[in-house]
Each structure stands twice: as structure tokens, then as C-alpha cells.
Design a protein around this ligand. Structure first.
Ligand code: SAM
Length: 281
């Protein structure tokens, strides 16, 4: 396990993922019934952008660091829960902190809601546990996120979301994502699933999306953000599959994806894609 999210926190991939995560959380909070948010590859939970790890790659400067200037109002409206969660975490933990997905989830939990965070790396797990265990609404588990996912759904609340955000260190992990996602969505048909993938080799993404689209019995969205021309050697884009997306997410994506593609592009190249997958596609 070489991947450490501390080197990548707040980069363009986190911006897309955390923006959509906070939209889904805001949607779940519209109804009073409790929900559960399960994060299968949770990371550390908090990252200091002034620390040596973040400084070594400086990736956040081309992600969160580019959001300082406001977008047009319609886009800012969509970003509001993301910006509010980052601001709330910073107010309590320090102005250079960037929240990982567990911290963003915790901000959204109400009395009765639950957050469950799974992490395999021993050090990151220990850090996560120190920060999130012992709180009534959050629980940290040490182990394999894929196994935990299968064991934990459907949750007792019957409403909620799963974030699947693996590090893609193992070849073929993108096909594994498609297979696990199809199985999980069948096991919990009303759950919202948000699954992240890197775009280096577009053919691998096409194959996963086509197979998954054929296997899903539920509607899904594919949201791709490209900040550079596809390149096998480095991350030029990323995407999310959202199964059972909130009903407004496709319309919202038609506003925030072009805005992010323009703002986060490297060397003037930015592109995006928003497409339906599954039975209604
Ligand atoms: N979701 C986090 C966020 O948005 O802040 C970032 C997660 S990072 C991309 C992926 C994490 O998965 C790493 O912390 C890594 O240690 C962990 N990991 C790797 N393999 C795992 C596995 N099989 N099960 C659970 N976690 C795993």
C-alpha cells in the first residue's frame, strides 16, 4: 500500500468528488428520516495543506487553490454546501486544513444519522480512528473496504449513500469497481452510490461504463472531468459514477462541470462529460 492521500488532498479530483459528495449529502438531509453514509476507502479525514506532504506535490494549488475567485451565482449556489463544510472544518481545526470525505460527511450528519468510515492502511486508520471514533454519529473500521461494503448494505436506516474511492494501485481495479458497484446496487436498490475513478486510459473507462450500464437496474450518471489531454503517464482527468443520483444532479452537473473544466484546466485544455447510464439511458 503505497498510496497516501496526504500528498493529493485538495487536488482537482478531490474538488469534483467532494463537490458531488456534499450535494448528495445535502439532498439526503432534505428529508427528516435518518440516513447512513458509508465511506469504503476513507483516508485520514483531515489534511494540512501547509504540511510537508501537501507541499511536496502542491497538487491542491491546482484544485481547491483555484476556487478562491467566485464562480457565477448559479454555480456558487451548487458549491454552497461544499464551501460551507470546508469553512466549518477550518473554523474548528485551522485555516490550512482541507477536510477529507469523512470530515465532510460528519459535517452533514444530524442527530440519528450515522457515518461509517473504512480504511485499510494501518497509519491512516489510526489517525482516522483517533479523530472520529468516540463520536456518537461516526464509527471507524479497520479493514478492506470492498468486503466491508458487501457486509454493511443495506443499512438499518435503508436510506443513505456509499462513497467508493479506491487508490487504483492494482491493475484492473477499474473493472473491479464496475463489478462491485453493480452487485452493491442490486443488494441495496435505494442506496445512492458515488464511485470515483481516474482517467488515464479512456478505453478502460469506456469498458467499465459500458459493462456497468448494462448490469445496472437503477438509473446512474457518469460525470467526467478532464483537465488535460488523456495521458497514460499521469492523471489527466477523473470521473464519478453516481447510482440513484438526486433528481437535480444532472442539471446541476451541466452547470458545474463546464465551470470546473474551465477553471481547473492545465494549459488551456479542459473538457467534461455528463451522461446517463443504466436502464433509462
Ligand atoms: N475518500 C478519501 C477522501 O475523499 O478524502 C480519500 C481516499 S484515498 C483516494 C484512498 C484510500 O483508500 C487510502 O487512504 C488508502 O490507504 C485506502 N485503501 C487502499 N486499499 C484499501 C482497501 N482495500 N480498503 C479500504 N481502504 C483502502
Amino acid at each position: 500500500m503505497n498510496y497516501r492521500h496526504a500528498f493529493h488532498a485538495g487536488n482537482f479530483a478531490d474538488v469534483l468528488k467532494h463537490l458531488v459528495l456534499t450535494r448528495v449529502l445535502a439532498h439526503l438531509a432534505l428529508k427528516p428520516a435518518p440516513f447512513r453514509a458509508i465511506d469504503t476507502h476513507a483516508g485520514l479525514g483531515f489534511y494540512d495543506l501547509a504540511a510537508a506532504e501537501a507541499g511536496r506535490t502542491a497538487e491542491w494549488l491546482d484544485g481547491w487553490g483555484r476556487l478562491d475567485t467566485p464562480f457565477p451565482d448559479a454555480v456558487e449556489h451548487i458549491l454552497a454546501p461544499y464551501r460551507a463544510a470546508v469553512a466549518a472544518v477550518r473554523a474548528r481545526h485551522g485555516a490550512t486544513i482541507y477536510p477529507g470525505s469523512p470530515a465532510l460527511i460528519r459535517e452533514a450528519l444530524r442527530a440519528g444519522d450515522q457515518g461509517v468510515f473504512v480504511e485499510l492502511h494501518p497509519e491512516d486508520h489510526d489517525g482516522l480512528r483517533a479523530r472520529f471514533n468516540g463520536h456518537a454519529r461516526t464509527k471507524v473500521l479497520h479493514g478492506d473496504g470492498w468486503t466491508a461494503l458487501n457486509a454493511m448494505i443495506p443499512p438499518p436506516e435503508r436510506r443513505g449513500l456509499v462513497l467508493i474511492d479506491p487508490p487504483y494501485e492494482v491493475p484492473g481495479e477499474i473493472d473491479r469497481l464496475g463489478a462491485h458497484l453493480a452487485r452493491a446496487a442490486a443488494k441495496w436498490p435505494t442506496g445512492v452510490f458515488v464511485a470515483w475513478y481516474p482517467i488515464k486510459t479512456p478505453a478502460a473507462v469506456e469498458r467499465m461504463a459500458a459493462t456497468l450500464g448494462g448490469a445496472l437496474a437503477r438509473p446512474a450518471l457518469r460525470l467526467d472531468l478532464l483537465i488535460d489531454r488523456p495521458d497514460d503517464a499521469r492523471l489527466s482527468g477523473c470521473g464519478l459514477i453516481v447510482v440513484n443520483p438526486p433528481w437535480r444532479l444532472a442539471d446541476e452537473a451541466s452547470l458545474f462541470l463546464p465551470a470546473l473544466a474551465e477553471r481547473l484546466a492545465r494549459g488551456g485544455y479542459g473538457a467534461f462529460r455528463c451522461e446517463a447510464l443504466g436502464p433509462r439511458a
